[in-house]
Structures are given as structure tokens and as C-alpha cells.
Design a protein. Structure first.
Length: 433
């Protein structure tokens, strides 16, 4: 395990592990942009090649079923690009026929731009003869010591101290599995100090970390160490999600003073209609978290959104927060040309790279907010990967806010007619131990 060199980024009062509202558009939103550009002082990003983007009039296939999307699964790899990933050295990571591949360069990692804490992870991998690779869990951006900086699920041949399925330096599997150059599938569960892994349907790892070097959060990283490696079908389901809406009443929520919208419980959902703008906000606040919710717009190109890290709403300031946009309108029958920023955009900050949800159909939004980095998936497909580089400000409409804030649902105008359900959240540890 010898990945390349880059440093972690410290943000004033917050370590963001650089492993780690909805009014009419006043100014055009900037185009969607991946978080793959190097930080100041970092080496230039490697030249990676990707497959052509899918045609603008289609919704890309993630490989997730409707049931899996409803359960909260997201695709970390979209099958055609390295959007949402960042390499830590010059390994030739690239996408070919729906597969992430690498075969040249010094040992290094391709990491998610978002950190994760507790989750299930599924992925397929394929190794060339005598290759050595790994799937890094809860890792920092530039790990040096697998007993402190990460959990490395080893992927290798049999010529190693820690066979495939072991956690390098932490736990060796009891029965080594035969080496293979075929596609293989891992299903991993990471929850608190407990790590479980099944290879091709057979459990090979069940380990509880009781050391002084437990890690609570970090990136997910693909390793190229020795020989050619390939990865595909990389999916994640967040764990330890708390329910924000009980399906019976609005306990835990408050209507913001001055709201001209109606929020009521209908058929175990929150139904919102409006004369003018109005907001329903949580009583609790969060700073770093993973949030999921399912919504349906009962009209054409309706406008709403999820506000987060919001200042408590008042009659004169109802929604001062970041906003994950809800708006399924597109231009010229092209899903890469969203109207009004597009569902999954951070409104007024960036556009969704593609609108993948439809009106009159339930769609699930996943938001990962960690420090200055914000990522959004819609129906399991990542549409936003954004770093807030503005100067700090108490009000997210004016600058970077890292402090905890409320989550709120928006009623926008007389056309508003939406339902929300399955609202849930997991707190992300602010800093790795």
C-alpha cells in the first residue's frame, strides 16, 4: 500500500477532510463542475479519459432498481465518467465500456470527493495475474499507514501477508480465497467499529476495531498498486439514518412565521400547496450530515427545494440557507440543459449536470454536506459535486457557512403541489479521530 502524495485541506475552524433559496433565477447559475481540480499547492490532476456522455435526451442507467433507490442506494460510479472522484497521483485512471481501469503509474488512489461514515458498499473488481489492489474505507486523502489512516480491504493474489478480504495491518481472514482473474463481487458493511465483508456471497471478514486508531469517517478509495485493476458497479447505501418525519404528524417541524404555504400530512406524506412562498423547517439543526428524501411534483416543472444549514426562519427572512433545487424542467428536450438550475442543483451556486427526475413520479434525493463540500444524487445518479470557496458568512446566501442550521421544505407559488416522504438523516462526524 503506497498511494501517492497530496495533503489534507484545513478550513479555519473546521477540518473538511479533503480526503475530504428557491426564488426565480436572478442570474444564470454556473455550469455543473466536478470537484476534481487540485487545491493550491497540490500537484496537477492526472490526465484521465472518460467515455462519451450519454445523449442529452435520456436518463443514464445506474444499474439500481427502483426498490434499491427507494431503500437509499446511490451509484458512486456513473458508468461513463469519473465525476465525483479525485485521484491523488498520476495513475492513469480512466473509464472504458462502463469500467474504471488503471494499469500504469506509481501506486495511488482514486477517491470519492465526498466522505462517508456508516454504509453498505457493493462493488465488482477484476485483477490481472499477480496484481495487488485494494478498496480503501474511511481513508484520508493520502494514507501512509493502513493501521491508522484508513481501513484497506485488500484485493490481491495469494502472495501476500493479508489475502483478499483482509484489512491490511488490522485483520487477516482465516481462510485465504483462491486467486482469480474473473470478475468478483464484494458486499461490505461498515457500521461504527464493526466491519463485515462477503466475497461472491460468502462471508470472509467479520472484524470489530478495538484499537486506539479507529476512524469514524473518510473517503472511499480504489487503489492501483501492482498490475492492472478494474472496478465497476460501485454502489453505497447509508446506514444509521434517523427518521425526520413520522408519517403521522409534523412533530419535530415548525412552519416559518410569515409563510403563505400550507403543509399538511396526507397519506403518510407531507403535502404542500401555496399562495406565496412558505417554509416548514426542522426544530433541530445539523452541520455535517447525509440527508435523503423522496418527493413528487404534481404538476409540470414545479419549483420547490430542500434548504439546509439555514438560519432560523423569520417573517423577514424565511429561507436563508443553501438550497437543493427541485425543478424538473429542461430545455430543448435536453436533460443536460436544466431550467431554473435543475433538480439537485445548489440553487444560485451551480446547475445540475443533468435532470434525471420526472414530474408526477416519485424521486429520491441524497445530499452529502461535509464542510465546504456538497454533493447531490437524484435517483442514485450524482448531479452535483461542488465546493463552496466563498468567504465565510453567517448567511449561506452570502458566503460559506459551516455552522449547523435547519432543514426546510419550500412552498413556492400558486402552482405549488408537492408531496414529500421518507425524510431521513445521518450525522457525519466533524473530524476523523
Amino acid at each position: 500500500m503506497r498511494p501517492g502524495k497530496l495533503t489534507c485541506c484545513v478550513l479555519s475552524t473546521f477540518i473538511s477532510l479533503t480526503l475530504a433559496g428557491c426564488l426565480e433565477v436572478e442570474h444564470p447559475s454556473p455550469p455543473a463542475k466536478t470537484n476534481a481540480e487540485p487545491e493550491v499547492g497540490q500537484a496537477p490532476k492526472p490526465q484521465t479519459k472518460s467515455m462519451p456522455e450519454p445523449a442529452g435526451d435520456i436518463i443514464p442507467e445506474t444499474g439500481l432498481t427502483p426498490a434499491e433507490i427507494e431503500e437509499g442506494w446511490i451509484a458512486l460510479f456513473d458508468g461513463h465518467s469519473l465525476y465525483g472522484w479525485k485521484a491523488n497521483n498520476d495513475v492513469n485512471w480512466h473509464v472504458d465500456q462502463g469500467v474504471i481501469k488503471a494499469d500504469t503509474g506509481q501506486p495511488g488512489l482514486l477517491l470519492t470527493t465526498s466522505p462517508f461514515a456508516d454504509y453498505e458498499l457493493r462493488f465488482d473488481f477484476k485483477l490481472a495475474p499477480e496484481a495487488n489492489s485494494g478498496m480503501f474505507l474511511r481513508t484520508i486523502f493520502d494514507p501512509k499507514d493502513p493501521t491508522k489512516d484508513c481501513y484497506e480491504l485488500n484485493l490481491c493474489d495469494t502472495k501476500t501477508e493479508f489475502p483478499t478480504g483482509s484489512l491490511v495491518g488490522r485483520s487477516k481472514i482465516k481462510e485465504p480465497v483462491p486467486a482469480s482473474t474473473d470478475w468478483q463481487t464484494f458486499h461490505v458493511r461498515v457500521e461504527g467499529p464493526q466491519f463485515q465483508a462477503s466475497l461472491n456471497g460468502k462471508e470472509v471478514l467479520n472484524f470489530k476495531d478495538t484499537s486506539d486508531h479507529q476512524r469514524a469517517i473518510g473517503f472511499i478509495g480504489l487503489q492501483k498498486n501492482e498490475g492492472a485493476v478494474e472496478f465497476r458497479n460501485i454502489y453505497l447505501k447509508p446506514l444509521r439514518m434517523m427518521t425526520l418525519f413520522n408519517g403521522v404528524d409534523l412533530a419535530g417541524w415548525e412552519v416559518v412565521p410569515g409563510s403563505k404555504s400550507k403543509f399538511e400530512v396526507v397519506d403518510n406524506t407531507i403535502h404542500v400547496t401555496a399562495e406565496k412562498q412558505g417554509y416548514l423547517e426542522t426544530e433541530d439543526t445539523w452541520d455535517n450530515f447525509l440527508f435523503q428524501a423522496t418527493a413528487k411534483s404534481n404538476g409540470e416543472a414545479l419549483n420547490s427545494g430542500y434548504f439546509f444549514r439555514a438560519i432560523k426562519g423569520t417573517e423577514t427572512g424565511m429561507a436563508n440557507g443553501y438550497e437543493v433545487q427541485i425543478h424538473n424542467g429542461i430545455k430543448d428536450n435536453d436533460r443536460t440543459k436544466p431550467e431554473n438550475a435543475g433538480t439537485g442543483a445548489i440553487f444560485r451556486r451551480t446547475e445540475a449536470r443533468r435532470v434525471v427526475s420526472n414530474d408526477h413520479e416519485w424521486f429520491t434525493t441524497t445530499l452529502n454536506a461535509y464542510g465546504s463540500h456538497i454533493a447531490v444524487w437524484v435517483n442514485g445518479y450524482q448531479v452535483t459535486d461542488w465546493e463552496d470557496t466563498r468567504k465565510p458568512d453567517e448567511n449561506p446566501r452570502k458566503g460559506l457557512r459551516l455552522k449547523a442550521g435547519h432543514i426546510s421544505l419550500q412552498g413556492h407559488d400558486p402552482t405549488t403541489d408537492l408531496n414529500f416522504k421518507d425524510l431521513k438523516l445521518s450525522v457525519l462526524p466533524a473530524e476523523s479521530p
